[in-house]
Design a protein around this ligand. Structure first.
Ligand code: ADP
Ligand code: MG
Length: 697
């Protein structure tokens, strides 16, 4: 391998490359645009584009694309070549400033939730200069936002950038109150830990469920599962190690700070953790990571499954969103400081998150909702659908003493007074112990653990940034007018803890008793995607996002619509795939096996008249009963599915899929899985769970 430091970022048009290649004036102007979010002058864009093109061509690129994140799970790109004809019939390689900063795209092939009906079908993409351009294969990729011509966001980047602006604005007001005159901007930071499964490609391709839906719709449990806990941090198999090595190298070339790779709890499950970066870059990088995982796995004869629940009965995959707030001077605002003053500031920012998580539990829940993630949340392997917060023992005690104006140190009986006392440093291992909490303070950041593995991290971070911006706004409004700042601050923190402490929970989040207690506390328990989605368009939530200019009401209604549609579409595809597999493979296989058994009985009896055929006859009758009942379950599913076309209301349709179709599907599955346990291995049409989970060596 080349020198690692040379490798890192070698395919990124990053700051050092820009510094090297751009004229000084251009570099400065671009930096100003990036730092202050100013509009980029077209003449500067021309110079940048030209230099970017030369660099890209030197690095093997022939095409460019505006790389964007529409409201589907994937990223989209439309490739154009740099080629431009000249008068003398030759070509030159060209890339203009206009092509860099703005592109046109046909929006009609991407979901718009009705935005398309009111606006033109065309959309445009606009460069996000805060996220560097990079080369993928032979293509220069320019990270862009994607909007309709009416200016409505059709993607996941636009609201994220808006939410970062919202929290910047409000955090700056609060920081000013604490006299931080050197700080000029605030950004949120994210490190997204990514879980995934690797399965053998040939086996994968033999399963229509994996091919069409990304998860298994059938499959009996193998004799060995994850009960031995021998996979977690176990030795990495050589094929997987080869994959991880290449993945790391490719990610490093793209400037993605991949840091740790290890096995996870379930067999065939792994995790990648990057070093954190600014939220919008972390979001782009997580998309790139998921894309590369899938591509590189194929090269190594495997398929990377990013679905939240590829195997029933085996832990699914999530994503941990580690989130914090940092100033341009490098101070982490969720890190307790050395002085009472810094501590007071820390406590206020901490309170802003506490208040946000309590006030916007519903939006946080929605931000992780999907048909896939519904299989995980609350299933004793991932945090429950109830949003709560874990602060660790030490910090909880301190907050309690502030709330009650009591001594927090049992020995010294000191009264914890904000702005007067120094906080202890929170040792990480004492705060990170609770893995069952959806939202945990881990010493200097919060870890939101309810995200699904396949989703963009944009949604949860839009909600976090905006809801915390709202808390900070209310705090600033109150403190800016205060006569005695320290007193007002102390009272505000006390009041916030008192009003929102119901969100604190340090027990076992997987325990049923907690769900009952949470309901008593008035916390929301929105179990499934159709349960939570209507909250998207509640008055309170529309007010939040429109006040902070993150979404317009139209955009929110559109997103609500798209999420509902996605949910129904996914379940529909799963149901159709299931019926197809049942009718064309599983039932015929079982029937053929029954015939084979019957032929054996006839043969045996003709060889030795009156011989007992207990094994065959017993199996024939049990299997026949199961096959008959599975057949009627399939017909029932088919029958219910035919009703879906009559349901026009999108919410009602999603609920029908949730309540009726999923129920029917589980009936079909349970007969099929039982049939599998009784059928000759050689007759079974698909690789089994054991093959898939233990097939990569
Ligand atoms: P673990 O969760 O395994 O204990 P760490 O706490 O070191 O590991 O980090 C988990 C993730 O949190 C990493 O991706 C790391 O980069 C990220 N992280 C650390 N500090 C911050 C921060 N200030 N803001 C956002 N993410 C952070
Ligand atoms: Mg973690």
């Amino acid at each position: 391998m080349e020198n690692l430091t040379e490798l890192f970022g070698s395919k990124v048009f990053n700051d050092s490359t820009m510094k090297k290649r751009l004229p000084k004036e251009t570099y400065k102007a671009l930096q100003k645009t990036i730092k202050d979010g100013k509009h980029l002058d077209i003449n500067i864009a021309h110079v940048v584009a030209n230099s970017m093109k030369d660099w890209a061509i030197e690095n093997g690129a022939t095409h460019f694309t505006h790389w964007f994140q529409p409201m589907t799970g994937i990223t989209a790109e439309k490739h154009d070549s740099f080629i431009s004809p000249t008068d003398d019939g030759n070509i030159i390689m060209e890339f203009s400033g206009k092509e860099l900063v703005q592109g046109e795209s046909d929006a009609s092939s991407f979901p718009s939730g009705g935005l398309r009906a009111t606006f033109e079908a065309r959309g445009y993409t606009a460069w996000d200069p805060t996220s560097y351009a990079f080369i993928k294969g032979n293509t220069l990729c320019i990270p862009t936002a994607f909007c309709s011509y009416g200016g409505e966001a059709l993607d996941k980047k636009t609201p994220l950038l808006r939410s970062m602006e919202a929290i910047n604005k409000q955090a700056m007001r609060v920081l000013k109150l604490f006299g931080n005159s050197d700080v000029t901007s605030v950004k949120t930071t994210v490190g997204a830990e990514q879980e995934y499964f690797l399965v053998d490609k040939d086996m994968h391709d033999k399963r229509p469920d994996l091919v069409f839906t990304g998860r298994t719709l059938f499959g009996a449990m193998p004799p060995k599962g994850q009960e031995l806990d021998d996979h977690y941090f176990g030795t990495i198999k050589s094929k997987v190690a080869g994959f991880m090595k290449e993945l790391d190298e490719e990610l490093w070339k793209l400037g993605v700070l991949a840091k740790t790779e290890h096995n996870e709890a379930a067999p065939a499950q792994h995790e990648l953790a990057p070093i954190f970066s600014t939220t919008n870059i972390a979001t782009d990088h997580n998309q790139i990571t998921m894309e590369l995982m899938q591509r590189i796995a194929k090269k190594h004869g495997m398929v990377c499954l990013l679905h939240e629940k590829p195997f029933e009965g085996v832990n699914g995959s999530g994503k941990h969103n580690n989130w914090s707030i940092t100033t341009n001077t490098g101070k982490n605002l969720l890190d307790p400081g050395e002085t009472p003053h810094e501590n007071a500031q820390f406590l206020l920012f901490l309170c802003s998150v506490i208040k946000a998580v309590d006030d916007y539990q519903d939006m946080l829940r929605i931000s992780v909702a999907s048909a896939g993630n519904d299989h995980r949340l609350g299933a004793n392997e991932a945090p429950p659908a109830v949003v709560s917060m874990f602060l660790g023992e030490e910090l909880s005690e301190i907050l309690e003493s502030i709330e009650k104006d009591e001594g927090y140190d049992a020995k010294e009986k000191t009264i914890m007074k904000v702005g007067v006392h120094v906080l202890p440093r929170f040792a990480k291992d004492t705060t990170d112990r609770n893995r069952t909490s959806p939202f945990a303070f881990t010493g200097n950041k919060f870890e939101f653990r309810a995200l699904g593995s396949s989703a963009s991290i944009s949604g949860p971070n839009v909600v976090l940034n905006t809801s915390v911006a709202e808390s900070l706004k209310q705090f600033a409004d109150e403190l800016e007018g205060a006569e005695d700042f320290d007193y007002a601050l102390h009272e505000l923190i006390k009041k916030t803890i008192r009003e929102h402490k119901r969100i604190f929970f340090s027990g076992n989040g997987y325990d049923d008793a907690w769900i009952a207690e949470a309901e008593e506390r008035g916390l929301l328990n929105l179990r499934t995607t159709p349960d939570c989605l209507p909250y998207y368009v509640s008055e309170k939530n529309i007010k939040l996002f429109t006040d902070h200019k993150v979404f317009t009401e139209t955009e929110m209604r559109a997103r609500y619509e798209i999420n509902l549609e996605n949910y129904s579409k996914i379940i529909n595809i799963e149901a159709l795939t299931m019926m197809d597999m049942a009718k064309k493979d599983i039932l015929p296989a079982a029937s053929a096996f029954i015939k084979q058994l019957s032929d054996t009985v006839v043969a045996k009896k003709s060889a030795v008249s009156g011989i007992a055929c207990t094994y065959e006859e017993d199996l024939i009758s049990r299997l026949t009963a199961l096959v008959n009942s599975m057949y009627s379950d399939v017909q029932a599913l088919d029958n219910e599915l035919s009703k879906t076309s009559d349901i026009e209301d999108a919410q009602k349709l999603a609920e029908f899929y949730k309540d009726v179709i999923i129920e029917r599907m589980s009936k079909v599955r349970s007969s099929a899985d039982e049939i599998e346990t009784m059928t000759d291995r050689g007759c079974w049409p698909y690789p089994s769970y054991a093959d898939l989970l233990f097939g990569v060596r």
